[in-house]
Write a protein that binds this ligand. Sequence first.
Ligand SMILES: [Zn+2]
Length: 416
Amino acid sequence: MENGDRPSQVAIPKELKVKNRQTVLTSFLRGEPLTAVEISEKTRISRQTVQKSIDHFLGNQLLVPFGKGMSGSLGGKRPELYVLNPDLYFLAIQNREGGFVFSLTNLAGMSLKSGLCPHGDSKSPEDIYRSLAAYAESFFSQQERENLLGVCYSLGGVVDKRTGRIRYNLTYMTMPSEEDLDYQRLIEIFPTARYAIVENDARIAAFASLKEHAELFEDMQAITVFAGVGIAGGFFSDGKMIFGCHSLVGEIGHIVVDPSDAECCKCGNHGCLERLVSIQRIRALLKQDSERYAQSALGGRPIESIEYTDVFEASGAGDALSREVSVYIARWFAAALKSIFVTFDPQIIVFQGYFAFADEYFKAALLEEVRKFLYYPSNHKLELFFDRRSWAEVETVGAVAALSTKILEDIHVFTD
Ligand SMILES: [Zn+2]
């Protein structure tokens, strides 16, 4: 890739200038103080161009000086350090049992403070807007409110960007399902935020994977699978998330893997992946085999208290019944994956949430099923990652990464 290494009297084309500035800002988004020389060495953009980019970001206040760095091996003047402006903030809001969790971070994602806006007796969208606005009033200092650069809501349900509506009942809320939330009304609560995102929680968690595997994702097809109350994820092509016409790309849980299944999913279909591997289905399977269950490693506990992580842990430790369940889950996953192969063909799959804790038998069964699909190259490079960070962490890291993406896509940030 050509970059800024050219005689200074030749003007750098505008697109290249923007690209160089994006690269320089990306280096700072990790949060460390850096010198122009360090960035130049890492990015192979000329030191002079890096310095000009830094000056540009000092001008729009995304960066601030951070004192002097160490001299090079030959001594000489100590170089200037720069860092992301610590007085600019992102706010991540997550819908949880009991309320909306507010997490204030700096632009690098360092957590500064958090709080809970209780759901209380919110019944209608109007109640929710009112309670969020009142809580926001008490959460920020004046300085924080004025310097809030971005806000990101991560919610259950499908966020339709075209209509601005958030479809389906919000998990943990008692709202009647026909009452959708309005994207715009949620954003208006934070009028000083320049960037705003309202997005499905699994997709926000997917951005945490994008941040962690940035170089891998950059020129590959990658998907993330977040298993919580439902199963959904993010589809990335060349580092960009794909949403589709109705924001349905990533609704992996609703891939139909067994149309003859008796249970009807909330989406209206029969045999959706997330119904076949639901925790209720897993418990029902264990109940069917009650004698073996009683003798299994899980047997000392009431079936209703068993979670996926218990099954995977017991399977990994050699419990035969748990292993069968682990393999059962893997096979249905593989069935869904085969549909994904012929529509998206990813090289990377990242599991988040419950299935990040899957054991080796799950992994082996999944890959064995994939190998049965003869159109799939035998020398395939399918890579599986298991992201075991907590949901709260991936959602906050993901919110920061998603908001950072918004900044990097905003042309006004990079032009004079
Ligand atoms: Zn469904």
